[in-house]
Design a protein around this ligand. Sequence first.
Ligand SMILES: [Zn+2]
Ligand SMILES: [Zn+2]
Length: 302
Amino acid sequence: MLPYATAPEAEAALGRTMTWAEAAWFRYSVSMPDYYLYCHHIVIFLVVYTLAPLPLAVLELQGPAILLPYKLQPRVRLKPTAYLRCYVRTVRNFLLAMGPVQLLSYPAAKMLGIIRTGLPLPSVGELAAQMAVYLLLEDYLGYWVHRLLHTKWGYEKIHHVHHEFTAPIGYVGLYAHWSDVLIIGFPAFVGPAVVPCHMTTFWLWFVVRQIVLLDTHKGFDFPLNPAKLIPFYGGASHHDYHHRVGRTSQSNFSSVFTFCDYLYGTDKGYRYHKASLAKLKEMAQNSTENRETTDFNMGKQA
Ligand SMILES: [Zn+2]
Ligand SMILES: [Zn+2]
């Protein structure tokens, strides 16, 4: 709950007029307990998880030929029941495991001073810097947590559920054993614990994290994906390979960027695979060009 009862009080405390965004935040949160604001994350999760992968899922189920060149594993076609199974299990896991943890973690978040709800709202620069720190921390810690889940015990007892889909779709991003959701979700809280933020940043961080998870699992590599502008971003191609080879290859553990896998040598199989694909493409292109030249010469002779 904000420490001001009226807008003039808030503006007096700020020493200036509220911006449009601050006035909107003031109206929304002025009489709402901080705990309720914190719990918004559960609703935000469900909305983003349900809606963000939906357009591509609908398109993919209809199977238009225009999508096929961008599909990373074009031979795999999942049935609608697989989509439904994935969605239902993830939502069930969230409501029974992650949701209660979210609700119960509020005292710890308050004690650590992770989140503030007052004014001013964070600037764009502050927001961008915090997102960058959170992404880097989650990527580094997530890399090691993911590697631990790929040990014999971790994989057989927990992580194998996430790998039931060898050709992932967006909804697979959070499809996992309930304990996997908690274990792999832990690094996401480290960023806000190290660099405390505003509640709106906290919400946005989890939206960004979810979008990254959905993007890396979507099973398509679209050339105009704006995420490709982010330096060292792994994307769908990087994580799709992790699902394609499963446990055996010990490859591509990072969730966001590519540099941990590069530094620790766990992307060798993936780089070989990419190089092989590029070579095959080049050979196919050369043979088409040769055939066209031959046909053209034969046409001239005829
Ligand atoms: Zn894995
Ligand atoms: Zn995955």
